[in-house]
Design a protein around this ligand. Structure first.
Ligand SMILES: C[S@@+](CC[C@H](N)C(=O)[O-])C[C@H]1O[C@@H](n2cnc3c(N)ncnc32)[C@H](O)[C@@H]1O
Length: 235
């Protein structure tokens, strides 16, 4: 993993594209202080606040449109797990662009995520159809990613729960590795990869997938509850 100073310098480079622009850029409107992200979520994402903000901001800066998440939001209000389906869908709705493919092995959990999206559509009286921004897939995530045939701009890996004890720990670490292996060739040049359940004893779910990305020239720019990875573009 690159030293902290290098990680900060990469982030600063990404940020400089909108800091110096004469009028507020789309990214600044969305992710700048008091912008859309702050107004919509406030501090709600909790320990995932910084990584969501940075990951989604880079996705927008790099003109991404296609997002895949493994492991959908399984409860209506689920800030403990992350609320990923809601957060991503709200961004795509705001952009009025892009598709989220949300894959989960549990029909019950997918139904909960669908309910989240339909309730948001109704509650917020949204102008556009939020529901059209999300496609739900009932499948094992590795099988889904192996068959997936579009270019992925943002990959969020959060299937399985993390178990600190064996054999659960090795099973979920190996599963996330299989996910990134299956998705790797489909990642677009400017893709963002966000890995959940990172900052846990014995390496969390991300232990093997981080090594996989690092070995292939990707670098980590934030490493907290979620681990955020990108690669350089345009060099
Ligand atoms: C931690 S939860 C996801 C939380 C969600 N990303 C959020 O932010 O609220 C993990 C989900 O992964 C799903 N899951 C477990 N094993 C899976 C597999 N092999 N393939 C796809 N989904 C799986 C579970 O059904 C569960 O809904």
């Amino acid at each position: 993993m690159p030293p902290f100073r290098q990680q900060v310098s990469s982030l600063t480079q990404e940020a400089s594209t909108f800091i110096h622009s004469p009028k507020p850029s789309r990214v600044e409107e969305l992710f700048g202080f008091g912008g859309w992200f702050d107004r919509t979520f406030g501090k709600q994402p909790g320990e995932r606040l910084l990584t969501w903000r940075a990951a989604l901001s880079i996705f927008v800066q790099r003109n991404g449109s296609l997002i895949v998440e493994t492991g959908c939001q399984r409860q209506i209000e689920d800030l403990g797990d992350g609320s990923s389906t809601r957060i991503i869908a709200m961004l795509l709705h705001k952009l009025d662009n892009g598709i989220l493919h949300s894959v989960d092995i549990s029909a019950e959990n997918l139904n909960s995520a669908k309910t989240v999206i339909y309730q948001l559509q109704a509650k917020e009286a949204l102008r556009f159809h939020l529901v059209d921004r999300v496609r739900f897939h009932l499948s094992d995530s590795v099988e889904f990613l192996r068959k997936f045939d579009s270019s992925i701009d943002f990959l969020y890996l959060d299937s399985c729960d993390y178990f600190e004890d064996e054999p659960g720990r090795s099973i979920c670490q190996a599963h996330q590795l299989k996910e990134i292996e299956a998705a790797f060739d489909k990642l677009s040049a400017g893709a963002v990869v966000l890995l959940d359940d990172n900052d846990f004893p014995h390496g969390g779910k991300t232990k093997l997938s981080k090594q996989f990305l690092s070995n292939r020239g990707w670098f980590c720019i934030l490493d907290w509850t979620q681990s955020l990875w990108i690669r350089s573009i345009g060099e």
